[in-house]
Design a protein around this ligand. Structure first.
Ligand code: ACM
Length: 504
């Protein structure tokens, strides 16, 4: 084992065996092990060493990425790494905005003995390149080589359910930092469900103060003030992650119905709910107050959310008649549009009439869904989260202590073993916006719980979203994944040590 560590360190860094094997230092990832796999990568001879004189150079548009990189590298290297304008001389890690802005996170990375240059058409590409650079660093040393990279899909998401159990701003930010390392660019926050309403709405204050007061199993509830929500959005933005807030409706609404009796068809508020059944609640489709309520909620959420999408749920509306469901979803799509936002919804929305800009999030467990395929052929964008492949809350095996198993048991090879580009039968490839890994939290209470379910499957889904289809290869992916473990240990990330992976 020690020999393997030393060899891995030598290969990755070209440094002396003694230095490479220092225990406190995670081994660098070799160019072949970058995760998600880049479009192309090539190791070269030599290495760059970060020293007292090393600067980070960045034009004003790249300043935010430079601050982020300095925030990572200063504590890791103990070097001052001042940020300067380009062209001030010295050894440099240069962040350069140049070339065509392709509107995505494309970048090029070059490391030689003299320095590091990341070039991209926009800051989001530099940020993606910085994540690659982080994987290549060991101590103060970065192995020489070149990477040219671009995402396969524009949408690479993760969902966190903060309704079944509440997670603090700090816990969400910790997850955001983990997501960003794998080039995830969208955080879908499931903010309201039967068991809890987690965002303060000024015009309907009891939603949070009462509807947010508990959680599954009667665990403590909680909610984000609007300032806290803005802080999460800003933190995500500093990691080039866009937040999509979800208020699930017309079902999954017991917390709202419990908070305001007048929202119920019979005018009687149900009790707060701390169980884990689904499908028993519905907003009152034929009450005008329902739409005044939703206009207020969506209006406040739209004002708080810079991203273009609001998610309106629409799944498991088993207590809403099919006709009412159509009436409701069509009307609410219009309310979202009136507040200047686009709709994302679970794929059940295709039973209504999706607006041209509506994105359907697919959570079925089969690639055969003619209704969704027809909507996709008709122009509805699709984000893929098949529950039996991409749901991070599914158990890995029958003895996984956390999670559920209603969709499947999902080992790492299952999470990785599908192609989003040709998964949904009959859907045109152009309809597929990307992938998302949802994490429902009925059984999850802590960051360690989140991490145990997300790692190592989140990086698998992230790779399906980012990497060219041509790189898809389980035998290589499992080695890339294995190479991440030292970094996870160094960061204190709790992960499932899958027997499928030859962990380092
Ligand atoms: C879902 O899992 N009900 C979207």
């Amino acid at each position: 084992m020690l020999l393997r560590l030393i060899v891995a360190g030598l290969v990755a860094t070209g440094m002396s065996a003694v230095t490479a094997a220092e225990p406190a230092r995670p081994a660098a990832t070799a160019y072949a092990d970058i995760l998600p796999a880049p479009v192309s990568a090539r190791a070269e001879r030599g290495a760059f060493t970060i020293d007292r004189g090393t600067t980070i150079t960045a034009a004003p548009a790249a300043r935010g990425v430079a601050e982020y990189l300095a925030g990572v590298l200063r504590p890791a290297t103990g070097k001052p790494l001042p940020i300067t304008r380009p062209g001030r001389g010295g050894d440099a890690i240069a962040l350069v905005i140049a070339g065509r802005d392709t509107g995505d996170e494309s970048y090029r990375l070059r490391v030689s003995g003299r320095g590091v240059t990341i070039t991209a058409g926009r800051a989001a590409g530099l940020f993606a390149g910085v994540q690659t650079l982080r994987q290549l660093r060991s101590g103060r040393t970065i192995a020489a080589g070149q990477v040219s990279d671009a995402p396969r899909f524009a949408y690479r998401g993760a969902m966190l359910d903060v309704a079944r159990h509440f997670f603090t701003v700090g816990q969400v930010e910790r997850y955001i930092d983990q997501l960003s390392q794998y080039k995830i660019n969208t955080l879908h926050l499931h903010l309201a469900d039967d068991q809890g309403w987690r965002i303060a709405i000024n015009s309907w204050p009891r939603l949070a103060t009462y509807g947010g007061s508990t959680a599954v199993d009667g665990d403590p509830g909680g909610y984000y003030t609007q300032a806290q929500y803005r802080a999460i959005v800003a933190y995500a933005a500093s990691r080039y992650i866009t937040v999509i807030p979800e208020i699930d409706m017309p079902g999954h609404t017991n917390a709202a119905l419990a908070s305001y009796a007048e929202l119920n068809c019979d005018g009687v508020a149900p009790p707060l709910y701390t169980g884990t059944e689904v499908g028993f609640s519905s907003l009152c489709v034929h009450k005008e107050l329902t739409y005044k309520f939703l206009d207020d909620v969506i209006g406040e959420l739209a004002a708080l959310t810079p991203g273009p999408y609001l998610h309106i749920g629409g799944d498991e509306a088993h207590s809403t008649s099919p006709a009412d469901y159509v009436t409701f979803m069509n009307r609410v799509q219009g309310i979202v549009a009136a507040h200047g936002k686009k709709v994302q919804a679970w794929h059940n929305v295709v039973a209504a009439t999706p607006l041209p800009t509506t994105v359907a999030q697919y959570w079925d467990t089969t690639p055969d869904n003619p209704q969704v395929a027809a909507a996709a052929a008709n122009g509805t964008g699709v984000v893929l989260s098949p529950a039996n492949l991409a749901y991070l809350d599914m158990k890995y095996n029958p003895s996984t202590p956390l999670g559920q198993d209603w969709a499947a048991l999902i080992e790492v090879s299952d999470a990785y073993g599908w192609d989003p580009g040709n998964y949904l039968v009959g859907a045109p490839p152009s309809a597929i916006r990307g992938v998302e890994a949802p994490l429902w939290t009925e059984t999850l209470r802590t960051s360690a719980d989140i991490e145990y379910m997300a790692f190592p499957r989140l990086p698998a889904i992230a790779e399906l979203g980012w990497s060219p289809a041509a790189t898809h290869d389980w035998s290589k992916f499992r080695l890339r994944l294995a190479a991440q473990a030292p970094s996870w240990r160094a960061q204190g990330i709790n992960f499932y040590p899958s027997p499928q992976i030859p962990w380092r």
